[in-house]
Design a protein around this ligand. Structure first.
Ligand SMILES: Cc1ncc(COP(=O)(O)O)c(C=O)c1O
Length: 425
């Protein structure tokens, strides 16, 4: 007999037969995805939780005409299997757009991936052993902790301030780690409009960091999905340009065109690019032939320059609306830095307040955020939380931040009433 229900008892129940490997046992739900699922369809709620680009920025018309053009000119190839490293014209376009006076990128260094998230996964697969240690910013992108954490078990939390990694403190941490027998295998960093903090490293820090990593022979994985979203359109020199050969670069069209198309890429030194191509082949053969062509058709003639202007204007205005609302409703209850690009604002609550513990109350007051704790590789700061301002409507920013202010005010008052003086810690 076949079918799970008919498996004889002596063979064991199916659940027992499926014994997870170490990696499977280690898999955990992402707090953000779990929260997004929980909040889906809830009416009246203002959510600053998800980290999604605004649908207002999606280039519907450009996608429609690109689809029409691809189907007219190249339908058979668009619907066929393709090369594992990606659609050659798109790879060439990416290489040219990243090349500058200080760095020359070849198309053979570019691997197109199903979102930059897959690039992270492939890098983890190719580079990391279970006993390896990866350095990350404090805090860092949760998806990187999930992805790299599947391959390496140890993280080193690089000390940071409002401008990103503090090179001297990171250097000292590396010395302590190596004294304790832990060598750092690579550094994962988001130097521009970081997720979750929104902060950006100034050029001098970037140079110092790249120099330090070269001296210590630590390769850098630079993740840069938000780099083009400076609200004023300023350019931030990627680490890729400063530390050629020592930096693998993750890029994405998710935040500048559409995340649903799932087109990202890795730029890597050639030997690493070849390994990534093989890992990609083993993983999913190649990224969708059709969406690669759609993206190329859209970007090939300079579409992004104009399109990015409207994305930047929208996000800049939303960020201003949110910081103004924060100043009105959270004064004295939290601290934050005004973001100059990207999609996120990072709050540190007044002492005594715990962002994870307060989330239920915030949801009851119809406002959602992501607590900061899951973004830390270790020793989380429970007073932190992330607000995403990209998708919110201007008037709901005011409503949501006012509601958050009331929750924080009530909680602060409750602590003051219930505690003896000096109890706030
Ligand atoms: C820092 C960072 N890296 C990578 C990703 C993954 O993006 P995608 O796979 O859509 O390119 C995200 C998504 O939010 C992100 O914030």
């Amino acid at each position: 007999m076949t079918g799970y229900g008919a498996v004889p008892a002596s063979v064991g129940e199916p659940a027992e037969m499926w014994r997870f490997g170490t990696r499977g046992k280690g898999l955990r739900d992402s707090v953000i995805r779990a929260l997004t699922k929980q909040l889906a369809g809830r009416t009246g709620l203002v959510s600053f939780a998800g980290g999604m680009p605004s649908p207002l920025t999606f280039p519907d018309a450009a996608v429609a005409s690109a689809f029409e053009a691809v189907m007219r000119q190249d339908s058979k190839a668009a619907l066929q299997y393709g090369p594992s490293d990606g659609y050659p014209p798109l790879r060439q376009w990416i290489a040219e757009s990243l090349s500058s006076a200080s760095v020359s990128i070849g198309a053979d260094q570019v691997i197109v991936t199903s979102g930059s998230q897959q690039g992270l996964d492939l890098l983890g697969k190719v580079m990391l052993d279970a006993t390896d240690t990866v350095a990350v910013e404090t805090p860092t992108y949760l998806g990187a902790l999930q992805s790299l954490g599947l391959y390496a078990t140890g993280f080193l939390s690089a000390p940071t301030d409002g401008l990103g990694i503090v090179p001297a403190a990171f250097d000292a941490l590396l010395s302590r780690a190596s004294g304790a027998g832990r060598q750092c295998k690579l550094l994962y960093a988001i130097p521009t409009f970081q997720n979750p903090t929104g902060r950006t490293m100034p050029l001098s820090r970037r140079t110092e960091l790249v120099t330090l990593c070269a001296r210590r022979r630590i390769p850098i994985v630079e993740d840069n999905p938000y780099g083009e979203l400076d609200h004023e359109g300023r350019r931030h020199v990627p680490l890729l340009e400063l530390g050629e050969g020592n930096v693998a670069y993750l890029g994405s069209f998710s935040k500048v065109l559409s995340p649903g198309l799932r087109i990202g890429y890795v730029v890597a030194p050639r030997p690493l690019a070849r390994k990534l191509e093989l890992a990609k082949q083993a993983s999913d053969l190649h990224t969708c032939s059709l969406t690669q062509r759609l993206v190329f058709e859209i970007v090939r003639d300079g579409f992004l320059a104009h399109h990015l202007e409207s994305c930047r204007a929208l996000y800049g205005a939303n960020a201003k609306a949110m910081t103004a609302a924060l100043a009105r409703h959270l004064h004295g209850l939290a601290e934050w830095a005004e973001p100059s690009g990207g999609m996120f604002l990072w709050l540190t609550l007044q002492r005594g307040l715990d962002a994870t513990a307060l989330l239920e109350r915030a949801l009851a007051a119809n406002v959602a955020y992501v607590p900061g704790a899951p973004f830390y590789a270790d020793s989380p700061d429970h007073r932190t939380l992330r607000l995403c301002y990209s998708t919110a409507q201007r008037d709901s920013i005011e409503t949501g931040i006012a509601a958050l202010g009331r929750v924080l005010k009530e909680s602060t008052d409750a602590i003051h009433h219930s505690s003896t003086p000096g109890r706030l810690a």
